[in-house]
Write a new protein. Structure first.
Length: 431
């Protein structure tokens, strides 16, 4: 009996820990999916599903959770709202190229090609997006352009051939009158926004190039699309008179207004124009300071290769010396923008577990390039200048560097960010 009682306690403890760790209760309005139930409920189902891929440690996921539950309750019986713990269902997350958290995908008529939700993370915005997807699916069924299940007919509807953002890629953000101000005008990110009409032939030709450019520029500049026939007030506000019209919104455009895009309509031209415009506005990629687990995950490990610069203590370099090192890292980020590399920096000695894992041992400054997916890394051993570090990363990216294995990412403790000033020693105690 003693062993049975102990087993019961162990099971109770395990279930309690799992409940504390999970973001959503099994009995709540959000459907909790595994690989098996996902296939049955979402891929083989006939309705629309909005699915959040999350990680239990993710701060943004924790913030989203109450809004996601509210949306699930409101959409019950109309649109399925579900969640997948990507740390437990890694194969499922990999299948849909989930790289950061939370990632929200909408599965509608074409279940094999879900659309990435890019709207606000509020219940109202999520509900509006879910209803819009459900309405679109119903309209497609009325037109006979979808079978109603997970399969998509080979002959696409006119809507899917249009310049609509729905037909582009998950990296193109669908902009509406409701979310335009919040996502574009109040953003700290630069934006390229296409105003299109579904019937416009030039828009249809632009669509695949716009999609490819959005993927290439991911993490550098955001690309959006506005259906000007639906959101005419937004188009009129920015004097859109022909299609497609593309406008550049720098951070702070709410006051100064957008600039006209005057580049070509192919991916390379869009990307080249974007980089030049960012240089013109001094919008080089910002390299975050590694002060928490969330920063590491969001800014660096979400990319294929995470590059961490470990810099000396500011009392050894002074503020000016540290900034010079940060500038080197920023030039690296600029050189590799558009590539799947993320960059952060940290002060040496603050993350001892990290330094032990990656064999840094006081060799500051240095870079360490990490592939979490492959559990491989390599640290830079040469000079810490722009040329040497860029050459090192080029070799890493090309696979010309021998890498070292590691067992898993070490924990990151929270630290205070650098204030940008010289080191001030603490006052001595008076005797």
């Amino acid at each position: 009996f003693g062993k049975m009682r102990a087993a019961r306690y162990a099971l109770l403890l395990l279930s309690t820990l799992q409940a504390c760790w999970a973001l959503y209760a099994p009995s709540g309005p959000v459907e909790l999916l595994t690989a098996d139930t996902f296939s049955r409920q979402v891929e083989e189902g006939s309705g629309v599903y909005m699915v959040e891929f999350y990680a239990p440690w993710c701060g943004h996921c924790k913030t989203l959770a109450p809004e996601w539950e509210k949306a699930a309750g409101a959409l019950k019986g109309v649109v399925g709202v579900a969640a997948v713990d990507a740390t437990q269902e890694r194969d499922l997350a990999s299948k849909f190229a989930v790289q950061g958290f939370p990632t929200i995908l909408t599965f509608a008529a074409d279940k094999a090609n879900p659309q990435k939700y890019q709207g606000a993370r509020t219940a109202d915005a999520i509900v509006a997006a879910g209803l819009k997807s459900a309405e679109a699916l119903v309209n497609q069924r009325l037109k006979g352009t979808t079978s109603g299940g997970g399969a998509k007919k080979e002959t696409a509807s006119e809507d899917s051939k249009s310049g609509s953002s729905d037909s582009l890629s998950s990296d193109v953000v669908e902009l509406t009158a409701e979310n335009f101000d919040e996502l574009v005008l109040e953003s700290n990110d630069p934006w390229l926004v296409e105003f299109f009409a579904p019937w416009c032939g030039h828009c249809k030709n632009l669509a695949p190039e716009w999609a490819k450019a959005a993927t290439t520029l991911k993490g550098t500049m955001k690309l959006g699309a506005v259906d000007a026939t639906v959101h005419s007030a937004v188009a009129q506000k920015y004097d859109v008179s022909g299609y497609p019209t593309i406008k550049f919104f720098a951070p702070g455009s709410k006051e100064e207004g957008p600039k006209e895009y005057d580049g070509g309509r192919v991916e390379d031209a869009i990307v080249e124009w974007s980089f030049k415009k960012m240089d013109e506005y001094g919008l080089g990629p910002e390299v975050a300071e590694l002060v928490s687990e969330d920063v590491l995950r969001d800014a660096c490990l979400s990319k294929r290769i995470c590059v961490v610069a470990v810099l000396p203590h500011v009392m050894d370099t002074g503020a000016e010396g540290r900034q010079k090192y940060i500038n080197v890292v920023q030039e690296n980020a600029k050189k590799f923008r558009g590539k799947p590399l993320g960059f952060v920096w940290m002060e040496g000695g603050q993350q001892t577990k990290f330094e032990e894992t990656f064999g840094i041992s006081f060799n500051y400054p240095t870079l360490v390039a990490i592939s979490e997916a492959k559990l491989r890394y390599q640290a830079h051993r040469g000079a810490f200048d722009e040329n040497a570090t860029i050459k090192f990363l080029q070799n890493v990216f090309a696979g010309r560097v021998q890498t070292v294995g590691f067992k898993g990412m070490p924990p990151i403790r929270k630290t205070e960010p650098w204030d940008g000033k010289d080191y001030v020693p603490p006052p001595e105690d008076e005797e």
